[in-house]
Design a protein around this ligand. Structure first.
Ligand code: COS
Length: 383
């Protein structure tokens, strides 16, 4: 399903797929087993423009619109969600926050290097005691002369041990969302420690970490946006981040469709290809329909964003539908493969393990439903 991709978007999609089929697909199972992608692939991805998309050329990016960004995320999700996460956190959640809320100095200091993947960023919102209820985070930043001093802990942080800069949300004021500010913290600052979390179900090639901030001192110029604006920065980053996660999920569904068709048309049972059985076609039809529906929701959200219209609810719908579809599709892909779907010689089981977190992070499916419900009714049901 192509809808109406421009020539440029089509060319980018083809180049991205050819690159990832060569540089990622043959290695993803080994990366997954050893719990680390080969980071040499990162600068190569940057050369193709993955990290610079939607960051204007004047800031060192490659420009482009959000639909193209969604196409890039889809191709990454089809190839290896671990790589998709590296890009969408570093250049997405962190880079785009700096682009929209940073001052000239912060943009100049970070954007060209994030867009070229010379440095990586991580997004420090979640804490041991605070996941969905982000407005009640407890990491503190206290003013000390011209500096801020940060103390606290962050959990399940993508890129945590690889990042050069952490976008850390900390409490500078009173309770609730309005007391939160955002800081750009160099990860080599004294008192900053990142410990890798091993043993994840999926996204095993990606570094996920726990961050410990103990008296981390940063200058006043490290604050991103205004004091007390941190929650809004986090929420508006996540609105865009949800498009990226959803697009990555479309890639998972698409990948599940392709591997299921390939297996079902080549494997013979009872004297004919699996694909010749109605119940197998039923599963393939369900995956195919989910791919189209999820992609349309993602492109709708990306297009609204490109046109400068409100897109938050559309992003929540895309994220909710696409992440649940990715789990459904991967589960069906395993069913189509039979026993072969249960071993990592085939990609179906990795798709399922990677898909599983998508209904959890950047806002659970339940949070997306509450956001959609609030948008429809005008009544918040969070507390
Ligand atoms: N963009 C900009 N500003 C936003 C916003 C958005 N998408 N959403 C909320 N805000 C602003 C509101 O306008 C409000 O501003 P004022 O104080 O000026 O009125 C402020 O932020 C507080 O908003 P709200 O009352 O909606 O806050 P809640 O505490 O009710 O938010 C939810 C609750 C559940 C929506 C929020 O905490 C959330 O999205 N949680 C999920 C967090 C998440 O995704 N975690 C994963 C982390 S990354 S793995």
């Amino acid at each position: 399903m192509d809808l109406s991709l421009s020539e440029e978007q089509r060319a980018f999609k083809d180049a991205a797929r050819a690159f990832l089929d060569k540089e990622a697909v043959p290695h993803r199972s080994a990366w997954d087993r050893r719990e680390a992608v080969d980071l040499d692939v990162v600068p190569k991805m940057a050369e193709l423009g993955f990290f610079g998309l939607t960051i204007p050329e004047e800031h060192g990016g490659v420009g482009g619109d959000y639909v193209t960004y969604a196409i890039a995320m889809e191709e990454l999700g089809r190839a290896d969600s671990a790589l998709r996460g590296i890009v969408s956190v570093s250049s997405g959640l962190v880079g785009k926050s700096i682009l929209h809320f940073g001052d000239d100095e912060q943009r100049a200091a970070y954007l060209p290097r994030l867009a070229s993947a010379e440095i990586l960023g991580c997004f420090g919102l979640t804490e041991p005691g605070v996941g969905s209820d982000a407005g009640n985070l407890t990491t503190r930043a206290r003013r000390d002369g011209d500096d801020w001093v940060l103390d606290g802990q962050k959990l399940y942080i993508t890129n945590g041990t690889w990042a050069d800069v952490a976008l850390v949300f900390a409490r500078t004021g009173g309770d609730g969302p309005r007391g939160i500010s955002a800081f750009l913290v160099p990860t080599d600052a004294e008192g900053f420690e990142a410990r890798e979390i091993k043993g994840k179900l999926g996204l095993r090639g990606q570094a996920t970490a726990e961050l410990f901030l103990t008296g981390v001192r940063v200058p006043a110029s490290a604050m991103l946006g205004e004091e007390g604006q941190g929650f809004k920065i986090a929420m508006s980053s996540l609105d865009k981040g949800r498009i990226a996660v959803a697009a990555g999920c479309v890639g998972i569904v698409q990948g599940c469709l392709e591997v299921s068709v390939a297996y079902a048309t080549s494997r013979t049972q009872f004297g004919r290809p699996l694909a010749g059985f109605q119940l197998v076609q039923d599963m393939i039809a369900d995956i195919s329909l989910d791919a189209d529906a999820a992609r349309l929701l993602v492109w709708r959200a990306a297009d609204l964003c490109d046109r400068g219209e409100p897109f938050g609810t559309a992003a929540s719908k895309a994220k909710l539908f696409a992440s649940e579809a990715a789990v459904r599709a991967a589960n069906l892909a395993i069913q189509v493969h039979g026993g072969a779907g249960y071993v990592d010689e085939y990609p179906a089981e990795k798709y399922l393990r990677d898909a599983r977190v998508m209904t959890l992070y950047e806002g659970t499916s339940q949070i997306q439903k509450l956001l959609i419900g609030r948008a429809e009714t005008g009544i918040g049901a969070f507390v």
